[in-house]
Design a protein around this ligand. Structure first.
Ligand code: FE2
Length: 473
């Protein structure tokens, strides 16, 4: 009931927020990446579809079945695609794993989105594919209405929200577009996801898309989403806002993506379960533009983490993620700002024994030791670990910065940050991260270079029990 009350309060708050003067908000919004932004308004070639009912920009996501509130025996996946015009018979055809049963689904939601910056409109369709068996692969094909405008088939491996006797693997990226430099990460993701389709449960993109989704009145976002369709249509693509998605009350982002609990929290606050890991998302960008929402955000986090902790024996790992880091070493205004601006968020994460905090935004990779209030927290050293790759029974969350999937507008920080006391490893090469939760005691995080596949850094998080006893600082 308490969580429901928080959702209702959030819904009311977001409704009020949506009515505020959007232009005034735009002027207020920070774009604090440390390079000056260059709009690519004129140079991008826009893909022209000849068939106005041709589905485009297909992408999938975990549904509400993966939240705490639901513990279904079967699961469901959300699919979103666009057409140029409203096509009344748009549908998805799903093939069951055995290939002998075909079901057609119509959209659960469709709407027209327009932008006043240009002659742009799109029609968005949201589908819910229900009653899917976990750990099975389904093929699906998207239709604008007729066979002549089909796209696909795509295939999705349905991850299990419940823990089972196997490793849970998730891929994490931050700050990405598909221009020349980001293409390296596109290629690596394609390779890794195809090779490990049944092992990887989701791809999490930690904000800042396409630089920007809304540029060219949304056409740049269309181009990005079309480019990543081979990935995002075949693996749950979980997202939340970065500072490049805040304009017009996050409207371009929210038009495209429907994360769990969207109707209550509009992509700003949600959590989901994948096997051994409980993922928690809060939108620090919402706090940057609406700081008065901090208390309600902390209350939501506290309630979500309380429930996750109650399930630690079953689901041992908790990962919290948002766009901006709480900590990192770079002499950059956004490396430490959140820690000073939102101490109550660090408190709730610390108090609830979160294992890992991972974020993007600052454009390099940094793995940190357990941190509490700007300083090192205790952990047990593993004998022989000369490179600090093993963190055992940490007394505070470990922090990782992964803001370096790559893009042309904001090249990576080629000059490495001077490591602060809490830094364990720093890397300025384009990369992706994988998180693997093997069981209740061992989790592995790896940093994989996009161009070469070289694993430049790894960390084992080890704990004797699912929820280690914390010692008060
Ligand atoms: Fe950012």
């Amino acid at each position: 009931m308490k969580k429901l009350a928080i959702f209702i309060a959030l819904l009311l708050v977001f409704t009020v927020v949506a009515k505020k003067d959007k232009e005034a908000k735009k002027a207020k919004e920070p774009k604090t990446d440390d390079s000056s932004k260059k709009e690519k308004e004129s140079n991008d070639e826009i893909k022209v579809k000849t068939n106005p009912c041709q589905p485009t920009q297909v992408h999938i996501a975990l549904s509400d079945a993966y939240t705490d509130a639901a513990t279904p025996e079967s699961s469901s996946i959300k699919v979103v695609f666009h057409t140029e015009e409203l096509c009344k018979n748009a549908n998805i055809v799903l093939h069951d794993p055995a290939g002998d049963k075909v079901i057609s689904y119509t959209s659960v939601e469709q709407f027209n989105a327009t932008y006043k910056k240009g002659d742009y409109s799109t029609v968005v369709y949201v589908f819910d594919l229900p009653n899917l068996k976990v750990n099975e692969i389904y093929n699906y094909t998207c239709f604008g209405g007729e066979k002549s405008d089909q796209v696909g088939p795509f295939s999705v491996h349905v991850p299990n929200p419940k823990p089972e006797n196997k490793t849970t693997t998730v891929v994490m990226i931050g700050d990405w577009d598909t221009s020349e430099l980001g293409q390296l990460t596109f290629n690596k993701l394609t390779e890794v996801l195809e090779k490990n389709k049944t092992e990887i449960s989701a791809l999490v993109h930690m904000g800042d898309f396409a630089y920007d989704l809304e540029s060219q009145a949304g056409k740049r976002g269309d181009k990005f989403m079309e480019a990543i369709q081979p990935i995002a249509a075949n693996i749950p693509y979980m997202v939340f806002a970065g500072n490049h998605e805040t304009n017009f009350n996050f409207s371009n982002m929210n038009m495209r993506f429907k994360m769990p609990n969207f109707n209550n929290t509009q992509n700003h606050l949600y959590s989901f379960n994948l096997g051994n890991i409980h993922f928690v998302v809060y939108d620090v960008e919402l706090l940057e533009v609406q700081p008065e929402l901090l208390n309600i955000t902390v209350a939501w986090l506290a309630e979500d983490l309380k429930q996750a902790n109650a399930n630690r024996a079953e689901r041992p790992w908790i990962v919290v993620t948002t766009h901006r880091p709480l900590y990192c070493s770079k002499k950059h205004e956004d490396c430490m700002t959140s820690a000073t601006r939102y101490p109550t968020i660090e408190d709730v994460i610390y108090d609830n024994k979160v294992d890992l905090f991972i974020s993007g935004h600052v454009h390099y990779y940094e793995r940190m030791f357990p941190i509490r209030r700007y300083g090192l927290a205790d952990y047990e050293k593993v004998p022989g670990d000369v490179n600090n790759n093993y963190i055992k029974n940490a007394k505070a969350p470990v922090y990782i910065l992964q803001g370096i999937a790559g893009h042309d507008d904001y090249p990576n920080h080629k000059k490495a940050a001077k490591p602060k006391e809490f830094a364990a490893y720093i890397d300025t090469t384009y990369s992706i991260n994988t998180i693997k939760a093997f069981n209740s005691t061992h989790m592995l995080v790896e940093n994989i270079h996009s161009e070469t596949g070289f694993v430049s850094d790894f960390m084992y998080l080890i704990k004797d029990a699912p929820a280690p006893q914390l010692v008060e600082a």
